[in-house]
Design a protein around this ligand. Structure first.
Ligand code: ATP
Length: 306
């Protein structure tokens, strides 16, 4: 095992009666891109705010390269960068001033003009913070999180509000930052982002980790490996399909038949359909997805309110 960048041990945090974090433990290895994925209110932001020393847990411990984020805050600030969901910059500060100010805080900052260029901020350098669009503010907050060449960076909802091109650019930036040695702790709602970027993902719901694995591991654990969909050319005996080995579920949906099951399900389906004189039109076979894992592991918000 490599050396740990972040170790969270049985972290607990309440706000009054509300339990926000209910015993979270995790270990992020140095150089890893580690994702925290979960629904609204799951406790993700509270957890990373404890890692960044912005909040203190009621119980448990957090270490970032051996530092206690709460008591060793000055030392932590030199090695940890954070991009928050809502930036707290003054309305009148310009993009250039913010970048220069942040640069001055660190011993070994990166060259901010390069970072500004990669984040599409060069044209916006004279612009005041309050005049930036949401996506532009977001890009500036990512730049400020990275300008100090942090050993660990916390990115909370990295790509919220970014257009598709900016999102791709930011993903590539995160990969490059990691390649240069930074450990990345990424909070996200976006399944695709987690799948594309993360080495490992913790799925968090109601203050607890429900699963922690690689994206592939989570998908595999979610059960059916493939979903096969087709439009039958003639009425189909669905019972015959349900009886096939490896098939988990079969249902008809708006003129389509949807079959979930093992990897080779489609090979078993075809002979049965042939015997029934059914041609599977618009046949599609898709791999199981992180969506399935996520939905399996997190509560239905409607059920939760009952
Ligand atoms: P989201 O995806 O919506 O950002 P999250 O997973 O980051 O959610 P948190 O922001 O950590 O969740 O919130 C966890 C729970 O704690 C929520 O129920 C939230 O309402 C509550 N909470 C968060 N901050 C506070 C606060 N300052 N005072 C009271 N309750 C809070």
């Amino acid at each position: 095992m490599g050396s740990a960048a972040v170790v969270v041990d049985d972290l607990r945090k309440r706000y009054g009666d509300k339990v926000a974090v209910d015993g979270i433990s995790l270990r992020v290895e140095e150089g890893e891109i580690f994702g925290i994925l979960g629904p609204n209110g799951a406790g993700k932001t509270t957890t990373v705010e404890c890692v960044a020393g912005l909040r203190i847990g009621d119980e448990g411990s957090v270490r970032v390269h051996g530092l206690d984020p709460w008591t060793d805050r000055p030392a932590l600030t030199r090695i940890l960068g954070i991009q928050l969901q809502e930036s707290r910059l003054q309305a009148k500060i310009t993009v250039r001033e913010a970048l220069e100010l942040w640069t001055a805080l660190y011993d070994d900052p990166v060259a901010w003009p390069d970072l500004a260029e990669r984040l599409g901020l060069t044209e916006l350098l004279p612009q005041r913070y309050a005049k930036l669009s949401g996506g532009q503010q977001q890009r500036l907050s990512i730049a400020l999180a990275l300008v100090g060449r942090p050993r660990v960076v916390v990115l909370d909802e990295l790509s919220t509000g970014l257009d598709p091109r900016a999102r791709r650019d930011v993903w590539q930036l995160v990969r490059d930052v990691r390649a240069a040695g930074t450990t990345v702790l990424l909070v996200t709602h976006a399944m695709e982002e987690a799948q594309q970027l993360c080495d490992r993902i913790a799925i968090v719901d109601r203050g607890r980790i429900r699963a922690l694995d690689t994206p592939t591991g989570l998908v595999d654990a979610a059960g059916p490996a493939t979903t096969t969909t087709f439009r039958p050319s003639a009425p189909t005996d669905l019972e015959a399909l349900r009886e096939l080995p490896g098939v988990v579920s079969v249902h008809a949906d708006d003129g389509r038949v949807v079959v979930t099951g093992a990897d080779d399900t489609v090979l078993r389906l075809l002979p049965v359909l042939e015997r029934q004189h059914v041609v599977p039109q618009s046949l599609r076979v898709e791999a199981g997805s992180l969506d399935t894992a996520y939905l399996d592991l997190t509560a239905d918000p409607i059920e939760e309110t009952v």
